[in-house]
Design a protein around this ligand. Sequence first.
Ligand code: NAD
Ligand code: UFG
Length: 339
Amino acid sequence: MIFVTGGAGYIGSHTCVELLQAGHEVTVYDNFSNSSPESLRRVERITGRAVRLVEGDIRHPQALTDALRQSGASAVIHFAGLKAVGESVEQPLRYYDNNVLGTLSLLHAMGACHVNKLVFSSSATVYGDPLHLPITEDHPLSATNPYGRTKLMIEDILRDLYRSDPAWHIGILRYFNPIGAHPSGLIGEDPQGIPNNLMPYVSQVAAGQRERLQIWGQDYPTPDGTGVRDFIHVVDLALGHVRTLAHLEKAAGCTAINLGTGQGYSVLELVRAFEKASGQTVPYSFAARRAGDIAASYASPERAIQLLGWRPQHGLDAMCADSWRWQQGNPLGYRPAQG
Ligand code: NAD
Ligand code: UFG
């Protein structure tokens, strides 16, 4: 049994599918602050398997400990967290409270229940403005906003915890830019309000829900002047978690692992690939750089390949096709259509 905090969210729901399909049982613990139970009903439809669900907040120690104990889980995958960079600048305390205190509460609960295998969702944001590309895991760490600082603080807490007790098995996964959706079209990213991230914005423009994409910056030192990112299909990312669990079974440790493809694409390249996959035009205009953005970021995936035997299988065209299928089939995300 795997205990999945934040399992109803975008990456969590895709990971639940892959866990169930790999033969694991799953208990999801989520407060639905940024998701809906409908995603888990869809996970059950895709897999034909049941998901145990406990609605609760990771910052409620007693409820969390009870749920973890009752689940009988042998490992935890910890997705629960707030993730909007701009919001974290405006509401830093909310981010430190939810992400850092929530993780401390989880680690206490794991200690009380004698569960010492943990996979944590970190982010390429902990590399700050990269000094070299591709980014290897030994790249210096820094943060430029409260969201990034919560990830860095949690990583430091996990490294300290392992130093104090080498019986822990901890995988710190640093995600690059997850996009795409399950090929069934049943689950995908369901942003609330105006999307902060590129892919959901592009797909809403292609669907006619928004007028045009603003491309933030055309003067970066990149081949076409727009930002370059390492987009990774969310199903490949999900499979990386299943592989990490298998790795943690074998070895104690506290290891950071990049999950990216190693290939950077520019914002304009992504827009063109999306137009091809969807058959729609994506109108765009250029605007000033977004504060805090970096020119280019892409991973060295070597450690994941070596340690986990994991390689991403999906290219950019599949990422766009799957995002478009989800967008078309679910124009309002998980919210039911009116009337
Ligand atoms: P998401 O918002 O879709 O999922 C997060 C889930 O956690 C949601 O279901 C939410 O309801 C739940 N949650 C939040 N706070 C909670 C709390 N206090 N108690 C219980 N549940 C809580 O986000 P996602 O894109 O699936 O991201 C999952 C994790 O991966 C996050 O930790 C995020 O920071 C990290 N991450 C995401 C990206 C990305 O681009 N999506 C990149 C790097 C890292
Ligand atoms: N962009 C636009 N217009 C938009 C949205 C984005 O031009 O409407 C551009 C950005 O300027 C950037 C690129 O598209 O050049 C990607 O932007 P995203 O917001 O999709 O992704 P980021 O790389 O900025 O950040 C994401 C997550 C962070 C995480 C980081 C690294 O939002 O939480 O990836 O994993 F830390």
